[in-house]
Design a protein around this ligand. Structure first.
Ligand code: ADP
Ligand code: ZN
Length: 530
Protein backbone atom coordinates (compact mmCIF):
# COMPACT_ATOMS: atom_id res chain seq x y z
CA UNK A 1 0.00 0.00 0.00
CA UNK A 2 1.47 3.35 -0.99
CA UNK A 3 1.45 6.44 1.18
CA UNK A 4 -0.85 8.03 -1.27
CA UNK A 5 -3.67 5.64 -0.48
CA UNK A 6 -3.57 7.06 3.01
CA UNK A 7 -4.35 10.35 1.40
CA UNK A 8 -7.96 9.26 1.11
CA UNK A 9 -8.36 10.22 4.73
CA UNK A 10 -6.26 13.36 4.67
CA UNK A 11 -7.48 16.93 4.41
CA UNK A 12 -6.61 18.98 1.31
CA UNK A 13 -4.33 21.11 3.48
CA UNK A 14 -2.41 18.07 4.63
CA UNK A 15 -2.07 16.67 1.10
CA UNK A 16 -0.90 20.03 -0.17
CA UNK A 17 1.85 20.09 2.42
CA UNK A 18 2.85 16.43 2.47
CA UNK A 19 2.66 15.56 -1.23
CA UNK A 20 3.33 18.88 -2.94
CA UNK A 21 5.36 20.59 -0.27
CA UNK A 22 3.42 23.87 -0.27
CA UNK A 23 2.38 25.56 2.98
CA UNK A 24 -0.80 27.19 1.71
CA UNK A 25 -3.29 27.28 -1.13
CA UNK A 26 -3.61 30.38 -3.24
CA UNK A 27 -6.98 31.88 -2.48
CA UNK A 28 -8.82 30.70 -5.56
CA UNK A 29 -7.32 27.23 -5.31
CA UNK A 30 -8.74 26.88 -1.86
CA UNK A 31 -12.24 27.79 -3.06
CA UNK A 32 -11.99 25.41 -5.99
CA UNK A 33 -10.72 22.54 -3.88
CA UNK A 34 -13.42 23.05 -1.27
CA UNK A 35 -16.15 23.01 -3.90
CA UNK A 36 -14.90 19.82 -5.47
CA UNK A 37 -14.54 18.23 -2.05
CA UNK A 38 -18.23 18.96 -1.50
CA UNK A 39 -19.00 17.29 -4.81
CA UNK A 40 -19.88 20.47 -6.71
CA UNK A 41 -19.06 21.30 -10.32
CA UNK A 42 -16.62 24.16 -10.79
CA UNK A 43 -15.24 26.28 -13.61
CA UNK A 44 -11.84 27.79 -12.84
CA UNK A 45 -10.58 30.73 -14.90
CA UNK A 46 -7.01 31.44 -14.04
CA UNK A 47 -4.11 32.83 -16.04
CA UNK A 48 -1.26 30.60 -17.07
CA UNK A 49 1.00 29.96 -14.11
CA UNK A 50 -1.83 30.63 -11.69
CA UNK A 51 -1.80 27.10 -10.33
CA UNK A 52 -4.71 25.34 -11.98
CA UNK A 53 -3.33 21.82 -11.65
CA UNK A 54 -3.56 21.66 -7.87
CA UNK A 55 -7.25 22.58 -8.04
CA UNK A 56 -7.99 19.06 -9.26
CA UNK A 57 -4.91 17.12 -8.20
CA UNK A 58 -5.49 17.69 -4.49
CA UNK A 59 -9.18 16.69 -4.44
CA UNK A 60 -8.31 13.73 -6.65
CA UNK A 61 -6.06 12.49 -3.86
CA UNK A 62 -8.40 13.37 -1.01
CA UNK A 63 -11.67 12.02 -2.31
CA UNK A 64 -12.23 8.29 -2.63
CA UNK A 65 -11.66 6.91 -6.12
CA UNK A 66 -9.38 7.73 -9.02
CA UNK A 67 -9.00 11.20 -10.49
CA UNK A 68 -9.62 11.48 -14.22
CA UNK A 69 -8.10 14.36 -16.17
CA UNK A 70 -9.02 15.15 -19.77
CA UNK A 71 -6.21 16.92 -21.55
CA UNK A 72 -5.86 17.88 -25.21
CA UNK A 73 -2.16 17.39 -25.71
CA UNK A 74 0.12 14.42 -25.23
CA UNK A 75 3.11 16.56 -24.29
CA UNK A 76 1.00 18.27 -21.65
CA UNK A 77 -0.13 14.97 -20.17
CA UNK A 78 3.35 13.51 -20.14
CA UNK A 79 4.70 16.58 -18.33
CA UNK A 80 2.04 16.43 -15.67
CA UNK A 81 2.46 12.72 -15.17
CA UNK A 82 6.21 13.07 -14.79
CA UNK A 83 5.80 15.87 -12.25
CA UNK A 84 3.27 13.88 -10.22
CA UNK A 85 5.38 10.74 -10.21
CA UNK A 86 8.28 12.77 -8.95
CA UNK A 87 6.34 13.56 -5.77
CA UNK A 88 5.16 9.99 -5.40
CA UNK A 89 1.70 10.18 -6.92
CA UNK A 90 0.80 7.20 -9.08
CA UNK A 91 -0.15 8.98 -12.28
CA UNK A 92 -0.48 7.68 -15.82
CA UNK A 93 -1.52 8.95 -19.21
CA UNK A 94 -3.64 7.06 -21.70
CA UNK A 95 -3.25 8.32 -25.27
CA UNK A 96 -2.61 7.25 -28.83
CA UNK A 97 1.18 7.44 -28.74
CA UNK A 98 1.70 4.77 -26.08
CA UNK A 99 3.75 1.69 -26.91
CA UNK A 100 1.71 -1.50 -26.69
CA UNK A 101 3.46 -2.67 -23.55
CA UNK A 102 3.03 0.72 -21.85
CA UNK A 103 -0.69 0.62 -22.56
CA UNK A 104 -0.91 -2.92 -21.22
CA UNK A 105 0.91 -1.92 -18.04
CA UNK A 106 -1.48 0.97 -17.47
CA UNK A 107 -4.47 -1.32 -17.99
CA UNK A 108 -3.06 -3.74 -15.45
CA UNK A 109 -2.42 -0.95 -12.95
CA UNK A 110 -5.92 0.38 -13.49
CA UNK A 111 -7.43 -3.04 -12.89
CA UNK A 112 -5.53 -3.33 -9.63
CA UNK A 113 -6.44 0.16 -8.43
CA UNK A 114 -2.85 1.21 -8.60
CA UNK A 115 -3.44 4.59 -10.24
CA UNK A 116 -4.35 7.74 -8.36
CA UNK A 117 -4.71 10.12 -11.27
CA UNK A 118 -5.28 9.13 -14.89
CA UNK A 119 -4.75 11.59 -17.74
CA UNK A 120 -6.62 10.78 -20.89
CA UNK A 121 -7.22 12.36 -24.29
CA UNK A 122 -10.87 13.13 -25.06
CA UNK A 123 -11.04 10.70 -27.97
CA UNK A 124 -9.56 7.92 -25.85
CA UNK A 125 -11.92 8.66 -22.97
CA UNK A 126 -14.96 8.54 -25.23
CA UNK A 127 -13.97 5.45 -27.16
CA UNK A 128 -16.55 2.79 -26.20
CA UNK A 129 -14.02 0.42 -24.61
CA UNK A 130 -12.42 2.96 -22.28
CA UNK A 131 -15.68 4.74 -21.51
CA UNK A 132 -17.60 1.64 -20.47
CA UNK A 133 -14.71 0.37 -18.47
CA UNK A 134 -14.22 3.67 -16.64
CA UNK A 135 -17.93 4.05 -16.02
CA UNK A 136 -17.71 1.05 -13.71
CA UNK A 137 -14.88 2.54 -11.61
CA UNK A 138 -15.16 4.88 -8.71
CA UNK A 139 -13.95 8.32 -9.74
CA UNK A 140 -13.00 11.07 -7.30
CA UNK A 141 -13.22 13.95 -9.76
CA UNK A 142 -13.24 14.59 -13.50
CA UNK A 143 -11.07 17.50 -14.56
CA UNK A 144 -11.39 19.03 -18.01
CA UNK A 145 -8.14 20.85 -18.58
CA UNK A 146 -7.81 23.54 -21.28
CA UNK A 147 -11.59 23.60 -21.28
CA UNK A 148 -11.74 26.45 -23.82
CA UNK A 149 -10.93 23.80 -26.45
CA UNK A 150 -14.62 22.92 -26.30
CA UNK A 151 -15.64 26.35 -27.59
CA UNK A 152 -15.94 26.92 -31.29
CA UNK A 153 -15.48 30.64 -30.60
CA UNK A 154 -12.15 29.90 -28.99
CA UNK A 155 -8.82 30.18 -30.71
CA UNK A 156 -7.90 26.57 -29.96
CA UNK A 157 -11.10 24.73 -30.78
CA UNK A 158 -10.81 20.94 -30.73
CA UNK A 159 -13.81 19.15 -32.20
CA UNK A 160 -13.09 16.06 -30.08
CA UNK A 161 -13.77 18.17 -26.97
CA UNK A 162 -17.40 18.49 -28.07
CA UNK A 163 -17.98 14.87 -27.08
CA UNK A 164 -17.29 15.77 -23.46
CA UNK A 165 -20.86 17.04 -23.21
CA UNK A 166 -21.81 13.44 -22.40
CA UNK A 167 -19.56 13.20 -19.31
CA UNK A 168 -22.39 14.10 -17.00
CA UNK A 169 -24.48 11.17 -18.19
CA UNK A 170 -21.67 8.65 -18.30
CA UNK A 171 -20.36 9.53 -14.84
CA UNK A 172 -23.34 10.78 -12.86
CA UNK A 173 -22.54 12.17 -9.45
CA UNK A 174 -18.84 12.69 -10.08
CA UNK A 175 -17.89 16.34 -9.57
CA UNK A 176 -16.44 17.98 -12.65
CA UNK A 177 -13.94 20.79 -12.69
CA UNK A 178 -13.24 22.63 -15.94
CA UNK A 179 -10.13 24.79 -16.13
CA UNK A 180 -8.89 27.34 -18.61
CA UNK A 181 -6.65 30.36 -18.92
CA UNK A 182 -9.03 31.90 -21.45
CA UNK A 183 -10.85 34.73 -19.74
CA UNK A 184 -13.24 35.75 -22.46
CA UNK A 185 -16.83 35.74 -21.15
CA UNK A 186 -18.25 34.25 -24.32
CA UNK A 187 -15.90 31.29 -24.19
CA UNK A 188 -16.76 30.85 -20.52
CA UNK A 189 -20.49 30.67 -21.27
CA UNK A 190 -19.80 28.26 -24.08
CA UNK A 191 -17.85 25.94 -21.77
CA UNK A 192 -20.64 25.95 -19.20
CA UNK A 193 -23.27 25.23 -21.83
CA UNK A 194 -21.28 22.59 -23.68
CA UNK A 195 -20.44 20.68 -20.50
CA UNK A 196 -23.98 21.06 -19.18
CA UNK A 197 -22.56 22.84 -16.15
CA UNK A 198 -24.76 25.94 -15.99
CA UNK A 199 -25.18 25.48 -12.26
CA UNK A 200 -21.42 25.25 -11.68
CA UNK A 201 -19.54 27.57 -9.40
CA UNK A 202 -17.43 29.93 -11.50
CA UNK A 203 -14.16 31.05 -9.95
CA UNK A 204 -12.24 33.78 -11.73
CA UNK A 205 -8.75 34.91 -10.85
CA UNK A 206 -7.37 38.23 -11.94
CA UNK A 207 -5.75 37.99 -15.33
CA UNK A 208 -3.38 40.80 -14.59
CA UNK A 209 0.24 39.76 -15.01
CA UNK A 210 2.23 42.63 -13.55
CA UNK A 211 5.55 41.25 -14.71
CA UNK A 212 4.64 41.48 -18.41
CA UNK A 213 5.83 44.67 -20.11
CA UNK A 214 3.36 45.13 -22.91
CA UNK A 215 4.38 47.23 -25.89
CA UNK A 216 3.03 47.59 -29.41
CA UNK A 217 4.66 49.46 -32.27
CA UNK A 218 3.64 50.33 -35.78
CA UNK A 219 5.75 48.39 -38.26
CA UNK A 220 8.41 50.54 -39.82
CA UNK A 221 11.09 47.96 -40.55
CA UNK A 222 10.45 44.47 -39.29
CA UNK A 223 14.03 43.20 -39.31
CA UNK A 224 15.36 46.21 -37.47
CA UNK A 225 12.52 46.27 -34.99
CA UNK A 226 12.88 42.58 -34.25
CA UNK A 227 16.56 43.09 -33.67
CA UNK A 228 15.81 45.92 -31.22
CA UNK A 229 13.22 43.88 -29.38
CA UNK A 230 15.53 40.90 -28.97
CA UNK A 231 18.69 42.88 -28.24
CA UNK A 232 18.41 42.76 -24.46
CA UNK A 233 17.51 39.06 -24.45
CA UNK A 234 20.01 37.52 -26.84
CA UNK A 235 23.75 37.71 -27.29
CA UNK A 236 26.53 37.11 -24.80
CA UNK A 237 25.43 36.56 -21.23
CA UNK A 238 21.74 36.36 -22.07
CA UNK A 239 19.75 33.55 -20.54
CA UNK A 240 16.22 32.42 -21.16
CA UNK A 241 14.23 32.07 -24.33
CA UNK A 242 12.37 34.33 -26.73
CA UNK A 243 9.37 33.48 -28.88
CA UNK A 244 8.78 35.29 -32.15
CA UNK A 245 5.28 34.69 -33.46
CA UNK A 246 4.93 34.87 -37.23
CA UNK A 247 1.87 34.83 -39.46
CA UNK A 248 3.12 32.07 -41.79
CA UNK A 249 5.26 28.96 -41.82
CA UNK A 250 7.61 30.38 -44.42
CA UNK A 251 8.17 33.43 -42.28
CA UNK A 252 9.21 31.37 -39.25
CA UNK A 253 11.92 29.73 -41.38
CA UNK A 254 13.04 33.07 -42.77
CA UNK A 255 13.22 34.68 -39.35
CA UNK A 256 15.04 31.72 -37.77
CA UNK A 257 17.57 31.71 -40.63
CA UNK A 258 18.30 35.39 -40.39
CA UNK A 259 18.76 35.16 -36.63
CA UNK A 260 21.15 32.25 -37.04
CA UNK A 261 23.16 34.34 -39.46
CA UNK A 262 23.62 36.77 -36.62
CA UNK A 263 24.87 33.93 -34.39
CA UNK A 264 21.70 33.70 -32.36
CA UNK A 265 20.52 30.17 -31.58
CA UNK A 266 17.16 30.05 -33.35
CA UNK A 267 14.66 27.38 -34.35
CA UNK A 268 11.55 27.49 -36.50
CA UNK A 269 8.37 25.81 -35.30
CA UNK A 270 5.15 25.34 -37.24
CA UNK A 271 2.50 22.76 -38.06
CA UNK A 272 4.32 21.73 -41.25
CA UNK A 273 7.18 20.10 -39.34
CA UNK A 274 7.21 16.32 -39.05
CA UNK A 275 6.28 14.92 -35.63
CA UNK A 276 9.95 14.06 -35.13
CA UNK A 277 11.14 17.56 -35.98
CA UNK A 278 8.52 19.03 -33.68
CA UNK A 279 9.55 16.83 -30.81
CA UNK A 280 13.22 17.65 -31.36
CA UNK A 281 12.49 21.38 -31.34
CA UNK A 282 10.36 21.13 -28.20
CA UNK A 283 12.96 19.05 -26.42
CA UNK A 284 15.64 21.63 -27.16
CA UNK A 285 13.38 24.48 -26.18
CA UNK A 286 12.53 22.89 -22.89
CA UNK A 287 16.07 21.88 -22.08
CA UNK A 288 16.70 25.46 -21.07
CA UNK A 289 19.44 26.71 -23.40
CA UNK A 290 19.17 30.37 -24.41
CA UNK A 291 17.41 30.52 -27.75
CA UNK A 292 14.85 32.16 -29.96
CA UNK A 293 12.00 30.16 -31.40
CA UNK A 294 10.28 31.61 -34.46
CA UNK A 295 6.86 30.05 -34.52
CA UNK A 296 3.35 30.09 -35.83
CA UNK A 297 0.45 29.72 -33.43
CA UNK A 298 1.06 25.96 -33.68
CA UNK A 299 3.59 26.63 -30.93
CA UNK A 300 1.21 27.03 -28.08
CA UNK A 301 -0.48 24.92 -25.53
CA UNK A 302 1.82 23.11 -23.18
CA UNK A 303 4.74 25.45 -23.70
CA UNK A 304 5.68 26.07 -20.14
CA UNK A 305 9.28 27.02 -20.14
CA UNK A 306 9.40 29.38 -17.15
CA UNK A 307 12.14 31.69 -18.38
CA UNK A 308 10.69 33.02 -21.62
CA UNK A 309 11.99 36.58 -21.42
CA UNK A 310 10.45 38.04 -24.53
CA UNK A 311 7.54 37.40 -26.87
CA UNK A 312 7.50 39.29 -30.15
CA UNK A 313 4.59 39.34 -32.59
CA UNK A 314 5.64 40.13 -36.13
CA UNK A 315 2.01 39.85 -37.20
CA UNK A 316 -1.06 40.90 -35.32
CA UNK A 317 -3.05 38.11 -33.62
CA UNK A 318 -6.70 37.84 -34.60
CA UNK A 319 -8.14 38.51 -31.15
CA UNK A 320 -7.22 39.85 -27.71
CA UNK A 321 -7.74 36.31 -26.37
CA UNK A 322 -5.11 34.82 -28.67
CA UNK A 323 -2.80 37.75 -27.98
CA UNK A 324 -3.15 37.33 -24.23
CA UNK A 325 -2.45 33.60 -24.42
CA UNK A 326 0.63 34.14 -26.54
CA UNK A 327 2.22 36.93 -24.52
CA UNK A 328 1.23 34.93 -21.43
CA UNK A 329 3.92 32.39 -22.29
CA UNK A 330 6.47 34.95 -21.18
CA UNK A 331 7.61 35.41 -17.60
CA UNK A 332 6.01 32.37 -16.07
CA UNK A 333 8.78 32.40 -13.47
CA UNK A 334 7.41 35.73 -12.27
CA UNK A 335 10.45 37.74 -13.37
CA UNK A 336 10.06 40.67 -15.76
CA UNK A 337 9.45 39.81 -19.38
CA UNK A 338 9.04 41.95 -22.49
CA UNK A 339 6.33 41.59 -25.06
CA UNK A 340 6.39 43.55 -28.30
CA UNK A 341 3.66 43.55 -30.92
CA UNK A 342 4.40 44.96 -34.36
CA UNK A 343 1.35 45.98 -36.31
CA UNK A 344 0.55 47.54 -39.65
CA UNK A 345 -2.47 48.82 -41.52
CA UNK A 346 -2.09 46.25 -44.29
CA UNK A 347 -2.28 43.44 -41.74
CA UNK A 348 -5.47 44.83 -40.30
CA UNK A 349 -7.04 45.33 -43.69
CA UNK A 350 -5.99 41.86 -44.81
CA UNK A 351 -7.39 40.24 -41.68
CA UNK A 352 -10.72 41.96 -42.26
CA UNK A 353 -10.69 40.97 -45.90
CA UNK A 354 -10.08 37.30 -45.08
CA UNK A 355 -12.87 37.34 -42.60
CA UNK A 356 -15.26 38.77 -45.17
CA UNK A 357 -14.26 36.09 -47.65
CA UNK A 358 -14.42 33.23 -45.15
CA UNK A 359 -17.00 30.49 -45.41
CA UNK A 360 -17.68 30.48 -41.70
CA UNK A 361 -21.31 30.83 -40.64
CA UNK A 362 -22.53 34.40 -40.29
CA UNK A 363 -22.85 34.25 -36.48
CA UNK A 364 -19.28 33.02 -36.13
CA UNK A 365 -17.95 35.61 -38.55
CA UNK A 366 -19.66 38.35 -36.61
CA UNK A 367 -17.95 37.32 -33.40
CA UNK A 368 -14.59 36.87 -35.07
CA UNK A 369 -15.11 40.31 -36.56
CA UNK A 370 -15.80 41.85 -33.16
CA UNK A 371 -12.70 40.24 -31.76
CA UNK A 372 -10.59 41.45 -34.62
CA UNK A 373 -11.88 44.97 -34.09
CA UNK A 374 -11.04 44.78 -30.36
CA UNK A 375 -7.56 43.66 -31.30
CA UNK A 376 -7.15 46.55 -33.72
CA UNK A 377 -8.41 49.02 -31.13
CA UNK A 378 -5.91 47.59 -28.66
CA UNK A 379 -3.01 48.24 -31.00
CA UNK A 380 -4.05 51.85 -31.62
CA UNK A 381 -4.96 52.77 -28.08
CA UNK A 382 -3.17 55.71 -26.52
CA UNK A 383 -4.20 54.67 -23.01
CA UNK A 384 -2.75 52.01 -20.72
CA UNK A 385 -2.45 48.84 -22.78
CA UNK A 386 -2.59 46.45 -19.84
CA UNK A 387 -5.83 48.05 -18.78
CA UNK A 388 -7.25 47.94 -22.30
CA UNK A 389 -6.32 44.27 -22.64
CA UNK A 390 -7.90 43.31 -19.32
CA UNK A 391 -11.00 45.29 -20.22
CA UNK A 392 -11.47 42.89 -23.15
CA UNK A 393 -12.02 40.18 -20.52
CA UNK A 394 -14.35 42.27 -18.42
CA UNK A 395 -11.70 42.99 -15.83
CA UNK A 396 -11.21 46.55 -14.59
CA UNK A 397 -7.77 47.67 -13.55
CA UNK A 398 -8.23 50.46 -11.02
CA UNK A 399 -5.06 52.25 -12.00
CA UNK A 400 -2.90 52.36 -15.10
CA UNK A 401 -0.27 49.63 -15.02
CA UNK A 402 2.60 52.07 -15.06
CA UNK A 403 4.86 49.87 -17.15
CA UNK A 404 3.33 49.36 -20.58
CA UNK A 405 4.72 51.43 -23.43
CA UNK A 406 1.90 53.95 -23.30
CA UNK A 407 2.25 54.37 -19.54
CA UNK A 408 6.00 54.84 -19.72
CA UNK A 409 5.91 57.14 -22.72
CA UNK A 410 2.53 58.81 -22.97
CA UNK A 411 1.57 59.05 -26.62
CA UNK A 412 0.98 62.49 -28.02
CA UNK A 413 -2.08 62.92 -30.17
CA UNK A 414 -2.80 65.58 -32.75
CA UNK A 415 -5.71 66.85 -34.80
CA UNK A 416 -5.30 64.78 -37.93
CA UNK A 417 -8.51 65.86 -39.63
CA UNK A 418 -6.79 67.61 -42.53
CA UNK A 419 -4.23 64.86 -42.99
CA UNK A 420 -7.07 62.33 -43.01
CA UNK A 421 -8.95 64.35 -45.62
CA UNK A 422 -5.85 64.46 -47.82
CA UNK A 423 -5.43 60.70 -47.66
CA UNK A 424 -9.10 59.99 -48.32
CA UNK A 425 -9.16 62.41 -51.26
CA UNK A 426 -6.02 60.84 -52.69
CA UNK A 427 -7.67 57.42 -52.54
CA UNK A 428 -10.82 58.75 -54.15
CA UNK A 429 -9.09 60.71 -56.91
CA UNK A 430 -6.78 57.85 -57.86
CA UNK A 431 -9.81 55.64 -58.39
CA UNK A 432 -9.57 53.46 -55.26
CA UNK A 433 -7.20 51.09 -57.05
CA UNK A 434 -3.83 51.69 -55.37
CA UNK A 435 -1.96 50.63 -52.27
CA UNK A 436 -0.34 52.62 -49.48
CA UNK A 437 3.04 53.03 -51.21
CA UNK A 438 1.56 54.63 -54.30
CA UNK A 439 -0.77 56.85 -52.31
CA UNK A 440 2.12 58.04 -50.20
CA UNK A 441 4.08 58.91 -53.35
CA UNK A 442 1.15 60.89 -54.70
CA UNK A 443 0.72 62.77 -51.43
CA UNK A 444 4.40 63.56 -51.17
CA UNK A 445 4.65 64.62 -54.81
CA UNK A 446 7.00 61.85 -55.87
CA UNK A 447 6.51 61.27 -59.59
CA UNK A 448 7.79 57.71 -59.98
CA UNK A 449 6.94 55.42 -62.91
CA UNK A 450 3.57 54.35 -61.55
CA UNK A 451 2.58 57.95 -60.85
CA UNK A 452 3.48 59.22 -64.32
CA UNK A 453 2.03 56.16 -66.05
CA UNK A 454 -1.30 56.97 -64.41
CA UNK A 455 -0.88 60.73 -64.86
CA UNK A 456 -1.38 61.18 -61.14
CA UNK A 457 1.07 64.09 -61.04
CA UNK A 458 -1.75 66.19 -62.50
CA UNK A 459 -4.17 65.52 -59.68
CA UNK A 460 -4.98 68.28 -57.20
CA UNK A 461 -3.84 66.04 -54.34
CA UNK A 462 -0.39 65.51 -55.88
CA UNK A 463 2.19 66.87 -53.46
CA UNK A 464 -0.26 68.17 -50.83
CA UNK A 465 1.62 66.12 -48.23
CA UNK A 466 5.18 67.30 -48.89
CA UNK A 467 5.52 68.47 -45.30
CA UNK A 468 5.73 64.92 -43.91
CA UNK A 469 7.79 61.84 -44.71
CA UNK A 470 6.52 58.51 -46.01
CA UNK A 471 6.49 56.83 -42.59
CA UNK A 472 4.31 59.58 -41.20
CA UNK A 473 1.78 59.18 -44.01
CA UNK A 474 1.82 55.42 -43.62
CA UNK A 475 0.90 56.00 -39.98
CA UNK A 476 -2.07 58.16 -40.97
CA UNK A 477 -3.23 55.58 -43.51
CA UNK A 478 -2.91 52.79 -40.96
CA UNK A 479 -4.96 54.67 -38.41
CA UNK A 480 -7.64 55.39 -40.97
CA UNK A 481 -7.73 51.67 -41.75
CA UNK A 482 -8.02 50.95 -38.04
CA UNK A 483 -10.97 53.37 -37.85
CA UNK A 484 -12.64 51.62 -40.73
CA UNK A 485 -12.53 54.65 -43.05
CA UNK A 486 -10.31 52.75 -45.46
CA UNK A 487 -10.56 49.10 -46.44
CA UNK A 488 -8.77 46.87 -48.90
CA UNK A 489 -10.32 45.57 -52.07
CA UNK A 490 -9.07 42.73 -54.25
CA UNK A 491 -5.99 40.63 -53.79
CA UNK A 492 -3.29 43.24 -54.15
CA UNK A 493 -3.91 45.46 -51.19
CA UNK A 494 -5.64 48.25 -53.11
CA UNK A 495 -7.22 50.71 -50.72
CA UNK A 496 -10.77 51.97 -51.06
CA UNK A 497 -13.04 54.17 -48.98
CA UNK A 498 -15.75 52.94 -46.71
CA UNK A 499 -18.22 55.68 -47.63
CA UNK A 500 -20.15 55.61 -44.36
CA UNK A 501 -17.05 56.28 -42.29
CA UNK A 502 -15.09 58.35 -44.80
CA UNK A 503 -17.82 60.80 -45.85
CA UNK A 504 -18.23 62.59 -42.50
CA UNK A 505 -14.46 62.94 -42.27
CA UNK A 506 -14.22 64.41 -45.78
CA UNK A 507 -17.03 66.82 -45.01
CA UNK A 508 -15.30 67.93 -41.84
CA UNK A 509 -18.18 66.69 -39.69
CA UNK A 510 -16.01 64.19 -37.88
CA UNK A 511 -12.76 65.33 -36.29
CA UNK A 512 -9.91 62.83 -36.45
CA UNK A 513 -7.57 62.55 -33.49
CA UNK A 514 -4.42 60.63 -34.40
CA UNK A 515 -1.63 59.18 -32.34
CA UNK A 516 1.78 60.61 -32.98
CA UNK A 517 3.70 57.44 -33.82
CA UNK A 518 7.01 59.16 -34.25
CA UNK A 519 7.28 60.73 -30.81
CA UNK A 520 6.19 57.40 -29.36
CA UNK A 521 8.85 55.54 -31.36
CA UNK A 522 11.54 58.05 -30.44
CA UNK A 523 10.69 57.90 -26.76
CA UNK A 524 10.77 54.15 -26.91
CA UNK A 525 14.14 54.16 -28.69
CA UNK A 526 15.52 56.44 -25.99
CA UNK A 527 14.21 54.39 -23.10
CA UNK A 528 15.38 51.07 -24.52
CA UNK A 529 18.87 52.41 -25.14
CA UNK A 530 19.07 54.40 -21.93
P1 ADP B 1 -1.30 26.63 -14.57
O1 ADP B 1 -1.71 25.22 -14.92
O2 ADP B 1 -2.42 27.46 -14.06
O3 ADP B 1 -0.53 27.32 -15.67
P2 ADP B 1 0.39 25.29 -12.69
O4 ADP B 1 -0.63 24.41 -12.09
O5 ADP B 1 1.33 24.70 -13.68
O6 ADP B 1 -0.31 26.55 -13.34
O7 ADP B 1 1.19 26.01 -11.52
C1 ADP B 1 2.13 27.01 -11.81
C2 ADP B 1 3.25 26.99 -10.78
O8 ADP B 1 2.79 27.47 -9.52
C3 ADP B 1 3.79 25.61 -10.55
O9 ADP B 1 5.20 25.69 -10.50
C4 ADP B 1 3.22 25.23 -9.21
O10 ADP B 1 4.05 24.33 -8.52
C5 ADP B 1 3.14 26.57 -8.49
N1 ADP B 1 2.07 26.58 -7.47
C6 ADP B 1 0.78 26.29 -7.67
N2 ADP B 1 0.06 26.40 -6.53
C7 ADP B 1 0.93 26.77 -5.56
C8 ADP B 1 0.81 27.06 -4.17
N3 ADP B 1 -0.36 26.97 -3.52
N4 ADP B 1 1.92 27.41 -3.49
C9 ADP B 1 3.10 27.50 -4.14
N5 ADP B 1 3.28 27.25 -5.45
C10 ADP B 1 2.22 26.88 -6.17
ZN1 ZN C 1 -0.06 50.71 -18.75
Amino acid sequence: ESDILQAGRETPQAVLARVFGFPAFRSLQEDAVESVMRGEDVLVLMPTGGGKSLCYQVPALCRPGMGLVVSPLIALMDDQVAALRQVGVRAAALHSELETDEAAQIRADLSNDRIDILYVSPERLLSPGTRDWLARRKLSVIAIDEAHCISAWGHEFRPEYRGLSTLRDIFPGVPRIALTATADPRTRDDILAALDMRHARVLTASFHRPNLMIAALPKTGETRQLQDALAAHTGPGATGACIVYCGSRAKTERVANSLRQRNITALAFHAGLSPMEKRAALTRFRAGEPMVIAATIAFGMGIDRPDVRCVVHLDMPGSPEAYYQQIGRAGRDGAMADTVLLYGGEDMARARHWLEQSNAPESERRIMGQRLESMIALTETTGCRTRALLACFGETLAESCGHCDNCRNPVATFDGTQAAQKVLSAIYRTGQRFGAVHLTNVLRGKADDAVTRNAHQHLSVFGVGKDHDATWWRGVIRQLIARGAIRTVGEHGALALDPDVARPILRGEEPVLLRDDQTAALARGRSSRG
